[in-house]
Design a protein around this ligand. Structure first.
Ligand SMILES: Cc1cc2nc3c(=O)[nH]c(=O)nc-3n(C[C@H](O)[C@H](O)[C@H](O)COP(=O)(O)O)c2cc1C
Length: 354
């Protein structure tokens, strides 16, 4: 994944080994570059910060905050690190990461494997002190430990701990790989849960608090959730996580693996959920759009559906990290075609068309 040339070699390896090698080589920092200069038509202010461009790295790639600097150096406008849980945990038994190279999809059932808050924090502080891109924008994505029955307690401690450190926090309640986690998306549970987290955040800082949802929600559920988010007073929403859905065209041996599917098949589903949330919240709640982005066209569609920012993960695995540079170039071209002078003018322009 490191370069166009390394991609085929890494793809010949077991997917998790390839991932670990990638992280280890990026982590050394030797190849880390200074982030490219922002381009005026793509940079804009959100959450009180100037984003150099709207294309971020989605959560799950850098679970332990080891390669933030390097990913900002490739030109990502922001990086979402995590999911981090309070305590280290192994995650699900291996194998738990599967690729279908032909269709460019991934299925994962990693199960929040991560080194825990303390190690994450050490890496994060090192980046903020020594990183070549130490002023870059970083979201911290938080989750609960598998064995923790009191989910709120884990999220409270993470919001408290990272509240003053992150540029924004994402409360991940949509991983399909932690039993019971997605139940928190149920509006009856969601509203009191988020109210508590907003209280904890308010007592500590003003850092924007976002919540990440699954693409497998019904339209009626999305409407109820959108109301909850407004009522609870959160600052944004990340749409969407991986799906439990399995399109027919995927090869049988791949589609039978349990876990969350990511890649191109997710694009339309997440785009439609983005426009639904945008309409329901009348564009008042910033949306980070994620799912199946691997071109400027798909990124732009998400923005026009209502996303203020976008993220990708799977697209980078199949196309390499320079995908972000290509998407940004393409976004500038698409803006010109539509006659916009800044990306912020395109947000939500197609939200009422779907
Ligand atoms: C291997 C893998 C691990 C992931 N781990 C996380 C995670 O820890 N937390 C999270 O919020 N999302 C996680 N995701 C979901 C991504 O952040 C993203 O929402 C999803 O993959 C859809 O985007 P994509 O099609 O661009 O990959 C993971 C995705 C993959 C492929």
């Amino acid at each position: 994944m490191i370069s166009k040339f390394a991609t085929p070699i890494l793809h010949a390896l077991n997917p998790e080994t390839a991932h670990n090698i990638t992280i280890a080589s990026l982590k050394s920092g030797i190849l880390t570059r200074k982030a490219p200069k922002p381009v005026s038509d793509l940079s804009f202010t959100l959450f009180g910060r100037v984003f150099p461009n709207p294309v971020g790295l989605a959560a799950g790639f850098d679970k332990n905050a080891e390669v933030i600097d390097s990913m900002l150096g490739y030109g990502f406008g922001f990086v979402e690190a995590g999911t981090v849980t309070p305590h280290p945990q192994y995650g699900n038994p291996k194998p738990r990461l599967f690729r279908d190279k032909k269709s460019r999809h991934i299925i994962n059932r990693m199960g929040f494997n991560n080194q825990g808050l303390k190690t994450f924090d050490d890496h994060y502080e090192h980046f903020r002190e020594h990183g070549k891109n130490k002023h870059g924008i970083v979201g911290i994505n938080v989750g609960k430990n598998k064995k923790q029955e009191d989910a709120l307690a884990d999220y409270v401690s993470l919001v408290h701990h990272f509240g003053k450190k992150a540029d924004y926090l994402t409360v991940n309640i949509s991983s399909p790989n932690t039993p019971g986690l997605r139940d928190l998306q149920n509006p009856q549970e969601l509203l009191p849960f988020l109210r508590q987290l907003v209280i904890v955040r308010n007592a500590r800082c003003k850092t924007p608090l976002l919540v990440k949802f699954a693409p497998d929600l019904l339209k009626s559920e999305c409407r109820d959730i959108a109301k909850c988010l407004m009522e609870a007073g959160v600052d944004g929403v990340v749409l969407t996580n991986t799906t439990l859905g399995r399109p027919d065209f995927l090869p049988e041996s791949f589609r039978n693996e349990q876990g969350g599917l990511s890649g191109p098949a997710l694009h339309e589903r997440s785009r439609d959920i983005i426009s639904l949330f945008y309409r329901e919240t009348e564009g008042q709640l910033p949306i980070i759009g994620v799912g199946g982005i691997e071109s400027a066209k798909t990124a732009y569609e998400k923005i026009k559906a209502g996303a203020s920012l976008v993220q990708l993960y799977t697209g980078m695995i199949y196309h390499g990290p320079l995908i972000v540079r290509d998407i940004n170039k393409g976004l500038s071209r698409l803006l010109k075609v539509d006659g916009y002078s800044n990306i912020s003018e395109a947000i939500g322009k197609d939200a009422w068309n779907s």
